[in-house]
Design a binder for this molecule. Sequence first.
Ligand SMILES: Cc1cc2nc3c(=O)[nH]c(=O)nc-3n(C[C@H](O)[C@H](O)[C@H](O)COP(=O)(O)OP(=O)(O)OC[C@H]3O[C@@H](n4cnc5c(N)ncnc54)[C@H](O)[C@@H]3O)c2cc1C
Length: 804
Amino acid sequence: MQDSARAVVIGGGVVGASVLYHLARIGWWDVLLLEKSELTAGSTWHAAGGMHTFNGEANISKLQKYTIDLYREIEALSGQSCGLHPNGGLMLAATPGELDSLKLICSRARYLGMETEMISLEEAKRLNPLIDTSFFTGALWRADGGHCDPSGTTHAYVKAARQLGASVERFTRVIALRQRHDGAWDVITDKGTVRAEHVVNCAGLWAREIGHLVGLELPVLAMEHHYLVTEEIPELRGREREIVNTTDYAGEIYMRQERAGALIGTYEPHGVVWAPVKTPDEFSMQLLPEDFERLAPYFEVGFQHFPALGRVGIKKAINGPFTFAPDGNPLVGPVRGLRNFWVACAVMAGFSQGGGIGLVLSRWMAEGDPGQDILSMDVARFGAFATPKYTSIKVPENYSRRFRLAYPNEELPAARPVRRSPIYERLKAAGAVMGANFGLEHALWFAPPGVTAAETPTYRRSEAFPHVGEECRAVRAAVGLYETTNYGKYEVTGRGARAWLDRVFASRIPPPGRLRLAPMLNPAGRIVGDLTIACLAADRYLIFGSGFAEEFHLRWFWAADIPADVLVRSAASSLTGFSIAGPRSRELLQRLVRLDLCGNAFRLFQAAETPVGFAPAILMRSGFTGELGYEVWTTPDYLASLYDDLLEAGRDLGLVHFGGRALSSLRLEKGYGSFNKDFRPDYTPAETGLDRYVDFDKPAFTGRAAALAEREAGPKRRFVILELLAADTEAIGYESIVKDGAAVGYVTSAAYGHCVGKSLAAGYVPAALAREGERLEIDVFGECRAAVIRLQPLHDPQGLRLRA
Ligand SMILES: Cc1cc2nc3c(=O)[nH]c(=O)nc-3n(C[C@H](O)[C@H](O)[C@H](O)COP(=O)(O)OP(=O)(O)OC[C@H]3O[C@@H](n4cnc5c(N)ncnc54)[C@H](O)[C@@H]3O)c2cc1C
């Protein structure tokens, strides 16, 4: 075995094989895959091989399409067949919600350039005669997808990688990992030690154990999964083409043709965790005992929906384990604090996603950036909150919902509440309906007295609609209180703090007592954060951003060479607070502070350390509603007293609680974008409009060259607000924006603007179309609806209320 390599890939399943191939393809020929057993011996060999482009996240859908298209390439390079059956896919709906979901998929696919359409049930039956259509109300057909041979596909990757110079050692177990002073790794195996610049954890069922070798607790867990293969089905005899792979939402069943019979699998509601604490070392090419008694009722539903399957015998039953992250998406990328250590694990759809993961990870390793927005499969979307207990509860929940619809207004109940602010119970008592962000409970909306604090999952307007409207109107008319504890918060201190921030952020760094909106760019000039920096003193700064991105931003800061005279730390659990917004917010706060808040005495974007009522606090004049507003930050031990003081001071001023839903509506009325939804690492300063906060005169900051080049050339597309002319329904996200019948852009977020009485959507369109009043259409649930671009904010276009 060679004793050094540029990168060692641990694990020879479909994911490790793809990573090996992509590293070799990008020019890292000196790469070595170590496999403790035979290739495919983990969860890969017994997979059903189904592949499809469907994912709730458009970017992951694109990578799934890339994966499926790649198979022809690796077949040609390797001479090894992937056993492709590109017979496409059918998705069946039985309820109005499922039908909405299929139409939404169609709208998204239109922009992504994927051949997908709603078809009649008769047409569905023609594509798969085994369906009993009486159980269903609608069907979607897509050209992409089918199934492949798991073993053939893995070997095709490996053979193609070998042709490019990569090496593979089978029956070589990694037993320890030790980092050298220069950042390289000693990969210690049962056959000797390999020195590697980089290590990639593709150990699938053992990814957790490989994580432990470097002190890492990855949120990954294996579940048992059953599928059956039937005897020959007479109805399939004589057909020229295979039936189309079919997903049945109502039955939570997938089925496809397998030779002359069918393969049917189910994601049952009470799934069984496999190897909850430790994956056995010796497990290899093994299956688990079948549990028909437990699974029978669920397969029974399948036999009703596809009756011919119930009339023939079962030839083979498979029960095998495979891994999931708590939200079902893979865990990919570098890990904060671990130099040159990468993960590509928790991949539950290796044959749809393996290729895309290899592509982005190889770019990340070789070029320092994944090359596109992959936030939804970035390992950094989980933080310390994803403990083994959390994972052990969330993964079974996710498994049980694999084929359930994820409604946009739905908050999943498992492992909640876990992270709670000190006023969690008080907000609940005030009617709060809670959501969880990065594990932390936060209020979505408030049910008034007599209204049940709950919401029916739907793609349309829910029971919350009128109450969110009341919250919005009260904020604009008087004053509202929103708990901001769920924001991402960081503290940067030390003599070198200002110089370091100046290098990391594209904006000017505010002087003491001021705040500034601060975009953060990657070297390619794309947005990796739109944060707010508050300067409390020349050597003391607070940074605020999206709570979801806390680990993502910490990893970014860590990687930005923090000098010895700078300390960067998360303030996630040490700072709690409120936003107080609305025309009467000044009057309210003035009752609690000695500081003069009048007129120019405390201007927009000013910050001060001052007691607010009982609480030692940091007061900032800012907010996200477009109204006169303040943020008050204090430590958790004072939050309850601060809450009491604010409620008391606001009692006669019409103070209301408002939640995240109202905030989304208020911000879109002002045309503000939000990180993770509208601003992500796919977009640039000029596309998002964040270029107005970039200080192009600064001699150096990350992404400067790319940002300058973009300023020269102009953006290709722009972030805009669209008004749907028929204000009776909202978009959800990633719907196609259409011009003259062609998809030209897509929606990134949407809400009803309760105070302007309009249905609003934010999204990206070609720069040439980003004109006031430009008429376009948005494909909302299969209906192209007229929409108009509004470049001026619909609420307070001059910003007079904000500056009041
Ligand atoms: C019943 C069933 C049906 C499925 N059907 C589908 C489907 O239709 N479509 C689909 O896309 N997916 C399906 N899957 C999921 C699919 O199998 C996984 O997504 C895929 O196998 C994940 O591959 P992997 O490479 O991440 O992990 P694994 O296949 O588990 O590979 C990890 C490898 O790492 C090796 N390894 C571990 N520790 C070490 C060590 N210390 N040293 C060296 N090597 C090590 C292991 O031996 C193993 O070979 C199914 C899974 C099951 C169980």
